[in-house]
Design a binder for this molecule. Structure first.
Ligand SMILES: Cc1cc2nc3c(=O)[nH]c(=O)nc-3n(C[C@H](O)[C@H](O)[C@H](O)COP(=O)(O)OP(=O)(O)OC[C@H]3O[C@@H](n4cnc5c(N)ncnc54)[C@H](O)[C@@H]3O)c2cc1C
Length: 411
């Protein structure tokens, strides 16, 4: 027997869970007609548990979206770390010198540039919000989907069949929904791995996100609520096995050297995880009765911590397109409606992807004149109040055209 819904969202990552929580509240669709198909859910952690290994830098625009989803107030605010400034420098520059770029939320009259938040906590907050509003959470994996102009028919791993007027593919980089909808992608392999870990540093992180560009890839220290930092160290495939072979103490020493000693001695405080880095861009985000959001539509290099933020903005834009259609008594699964969503998001996401690729290849050089030029460029930007404001606005996520749910005054 098939269970019918108006909207089924496949994938309860950040994009899917947030889209579900937004749609039940803002789309003008009865909440029990919206289902979220979740493969797995993150376990709840104790309030005094150490920071989760996976964290994300959430922009202020994304904070607005998570507030609209009524997820933000469900987060334990004591486990969020507001970051107030960013410091970016290149291999050849000394971190303490005036080389490189430092921009501060205070320069644009804001209390912070965003928050470092735990992935699992964000997911649980969105899912709790979705369920509290009456949405249907279904545990299981999608195994196949038939999508045509009449609707989507889905088969789940537990043998359950679902059908819906609109299918939202939020099932990540290897999206089965994308494949079933026949939406092709362009991919680029960075031939890098991102190593993620929690570390303790001799010097305080000063609520600053630190980023150093090295020839082997960028290294970021993101400040955490308990004084530790989350590192994202993107390294060329060739260097990865050497780092994996290091024990904790050796790895800490390699990190300290790679950071130019800016945070003093570094001690590993967690296990290490690594992720292969690719860029993926779906050539179209939509088909009749189907829309892709988040990593299902686009995967970018994590060097500026923007992937999840783009997915949250996708969720907001899709919710607005559906709400607009239901308000006009239009069919929200109609291609015309979904194209509106795609138009708002695809160019924005492509520009971000291109910028990340350019940063990655531009800064991944130690060639003398090129490195000198890059350092000069960063220092020049650093001396221009106007250009620094442009960078700060990018970090806030308030640059460019935003979905309405992500707008509004920040302070
Ligand atoms: C090292 C690293 C650091 C990063 N740091 C940041 C950062 O600081 N800020 C930022 O904004 N972004 C960051 N990102 C990017 C960010 O993590 C991703 O863009 C984001 O998590 C993608 O969310 P998503 O919901 O689109 O996809 P996913 O998180 O991949 O979620 C997809 C979900 O779909 C489920 N699923 C898959 N297939 C099925 C199926 N067949 N049936 C049912 N469910 C299915 C999966 O189980 C999963 O729950 C980082 C990425 C990396 C690799």
């Amino acid at each position: 027997m098939r269970t019918g819904y108006d909207i089924v969202i496949v994938g309860a990552g950040l994009a899917g869970a947030c889209a579900a929580a937004l749609l039940v509240r803002h789309a003008g669709v009865e909440p029990q007609r919206i289902a979220l198909l979740a493969g797995e859910l993150p376990a709840a952690s104790a309030p005094d548990a150490p920071p989760e290994l996976r964290v994300v830098a959430i922009s202020r625009a994304s904070e607005r979206v998570l507030r609209a989803a009524e997820a933000w107030p469900r987060l334990d605010q004591a486990r969020l770390c507001a970051y107030e400034r960013m410091r970016v420098w290149h291999l050849s520059a000394a971190p303490a010198s005036d080389a490189g770029l430092c921009f501060d939320a205070a320069d644009i009259g804001e209390p912070n540039l965003g928050f470092i938040a735990e992935n699992g906590a964000l997911l649980r907050a969105c899912i709790d919000s979705f369920r509290a509003a009456g949405g249907r959470l279904i545990m299981g994996h999608l195994v196949s989907a038939r999508i045509d102009a009449d609707g989507a028919r889905l088969q789940c791993s537990d043998g359950r069949d679902l059908c819906s007027h609109l299918l939202v593919g939020a099932d990540g980089a290897r999206s089965l929904v994308r494949q079933c909808a026949g939406l092709p992608v362009r991919t680029h392999d960075y031939r890098q791995l991102a190593i993620v870990a929690t570390v303790r540093s001799e010097r305080a992180h000063e609520n600053t996100a630190w980023q150093r560009f090295l020839p082997s890839g960028p290294l970021a220290f993101l400040p955490l609520f308990d004084g530790s930092c989350s590192i994202v160290w993107s390294v060329d495939e060739a260097l990865a096995p050497e780092l994996a072979a290091c024990d904790g103490a050796q790895f800490g020493a390699r990190l300290q050297a790679a950071a130019g000693g800016v945070l003093g001695a570094i001690t590993l405080a967690s296990e290490r995880a690594s992720f292969a880095l690719r860029s993926i861009a779906a050539q179209s985000y939509v088909a009749p009765r189907c829309a892709l959001i988040g990593d299902a539509a686009h995967v970018i290099h994590p060097l500026a911590g923007q992937g999840a933020n783009l997915g949250l903005l996708d969720a907001a834009a899709l919710c607005e397109a559906v709400a607009g259609a239901t308000a006009q008594r239009e069919d929200p699964g109609a291609l015309r409606v979904l194209r509106g969503y795609e138009q708002q998001r695809r160019t924005h996401n492509l520009v971000m992807d291109a910028a990340m690729s350019a940063f990655q290849s531009g800064f991944g050089t130690d060639f003398g004149p090129a490195a000198w030029l890059l350092d000069r460029g960063l220092s020049l930007v650093n001396r221009s109040a106007t250009l620094k404001r442009v960078f700060a606005r990018q970090a806030l996520g308030t640059a460019g055209e935003l979905p309405r749910l992500a707008r509004a005054r920040l302070t």
